[in-house]
Design a protein around this ligand. Structure first.
Ligand SMILES: N=CN[C@@H](CCC(=O)O)C(=O)O
Ligand SMILES: [Zn+2]
Length: 407
């Protein structure tokens, strides 16, 4: 028998379900939510709420779906503080810095990698992140990519293979793409749900990106692309042409890129999510991705943390949401939606019964609606507006992941 929890006296409930309330966030006031086991069982006016085993009085606080962080690189060892200091002293970011983390990751044991990942997942959960994707990409040998994927699969909701993060020091670029698309992909495929490519000068060019995306699709895996991060390149167009789930970064887009991203959703088709990474843009002092322009054009936008030791060493989705509002021109409701439902769409988890890396079927995430996984945040504030109105403040008051209270 499951344990039912009633959360009532909610000041503002963001459901992301247009069927449950008016407006972009599906927002309700004076609402209640019932969690039963790992799923949302009921959502509606507090006066009509069914009885439950346990009652949580929200005391007028805001409730929203847990954050869905669709882009991180958290299987790593080592530290890049010196590189960050140099950047803040005026040096630019270059893809080659990844090698520092590759060396430290290869030298670390599985237990060390798992402990560091656990620390980061725990930090994120305490700040409201209830769905977490992470990538491999600091191993770059068959053995180190496989163990990175295995460590990740034991702790997160989605694992992405990023063997195409950098051509490792000393390797021949063409031979390395052969390795990534051949033995490395075959070895990690059972542990991951998607394949990513860093399509950028200094990493992988358009031809290599196409080869890797094609091999991923042939292996039955979803695809995503790191595109247009350090300059204008073919990443976004390739991602859309290939039907990738998302293309992420997007600091350097031209009109054709924006049109391609928006057009990918035309006529009800499943398109490519435009994932913006506000904390990374700030930490690398690069242009902020044009999230406002993308939304205005009709693209589907996600916000993610890109937590990694090089370009964005934070998992705070609240910080990313505040930045998207204050500096990228999104409304608070648009930013909250992008950091919850947007991330779920980017991961293909907005529909019921996706399967986690442990083989367990899960309810959809990014919404608070009957049948969805019970991933819920309670803010110590009366509305989500406070996430941007009070930037830098920790507003997390309660967090449930799959119905289990974490905060
Ligand atoms: N751009 C490529 N990969 C990461 C950075 C990785 C690193 O610098 O260690 C990113 O998304 O920013
Ligand atoms: Zn990244």
């Amino acid at each position: 028998m499951t344990h039912a929890i009633l959360i009532d006296n909610i000041g503002e409930l963001t459901t992301n379900d247009p069927d449950l309330g008016a407006g972009i966030g599906g927002r309700l006031s004076d609402a209640a939510v019932v969690i039963d086991g790992d799923r949302i069982a009921w959502v509606g006016p507090a006066s009509e709420a069914p009885a439950a085993d346990e009652r949580i009085d929200a005391a007028g606080r805001a409730v929203l779906p847990g954050w869905v962080d669709s882009h991180t690189h958290m299987v790593f060892a080592g530290d890049r503080t010196a590189e960050f200091e140099a950047r803040m002293a005026g040096e630019g970011y270059a893809a080659g810095g990844i090698n520092v983390t590759v060396n430290a990751t290869r030298a670390a044991s599985d237990a060390e990698l798992g402990a560091n990942l656990g620390r980061l997942v725990g930090e994120a959960l305490r700040d409201g992140t209830t769905t977490m994707e992470t990538k491999t990409g600091y191993g770059l040998t068959v053995e180190d990519e496989v163990r990175s994927a295995r460590v990740a699969a034991s702790q997160v909701d989605a694992v992405t293979f990023l063997g195409a993060h950098l051509v490792p020091a000393g390797a021949d670029p063409a031979e390395y793409v052969d390795l990534v698309t051949g033995p490395m992909l075959a070895a990690v495929a059972p542990l991951v749900s998607a394949v990513d490519v860093f399509c950028e000068t200094g990493a992988f060019d358009g031809d290599a990106t196409e080869r890797i995306l094609t091999a991923a699709t042939a292996a039955g895996l979803a695809t995503r692309v790191h595109g247009n991060q350090l300059g204008h390149g073919p990443g976004t167009q390739l991602a859309v042409a290939h039907g990738a789930l998302s293309v992420d970064h997007l600091g350097f887009l031209d009109d054709a890129d924006v049109e391609a991203l928006a057009g990918s959703w035309a006529n009800g088709s499943r398109g490519t999510v435009a994932t913006v990474l506000p904390a990374c843009d700030l930490s690398t002092r690069m242009p902020l991705a044009p999230a406002r322009r993308l939304l205005d054009a009709g693209a589907v936008v996600a916000i993610a943390s890109n937590c990694n030791p090089g370009t964005s060493y934070t998992s705070s989705m609240g910080f990313c949401v505040a930045t998207a509002v204050l500096q990228m021109g999104l409304s608070i409701q648009e930013a909250v939606r992008a950091a919850t439902l947007g991330g779920a769409i980017a991961l293909g988890m907005h529909e019921d019964r996706w399967v986690d890396p442990r083989g367990e079927a899960q309810g959809r995430v990014g919404v608070i609606a009957p049948g969805a996984r019970a991933d819920v945040q309670l803010l110590d504030a009366p509305s989500v507006t406070h996430l941007a109105y009070r930037p830098g403040m920790r507003l997390t008051h309660g967090v449930w992941k799959a119905g289990v209270r974490a905060v």
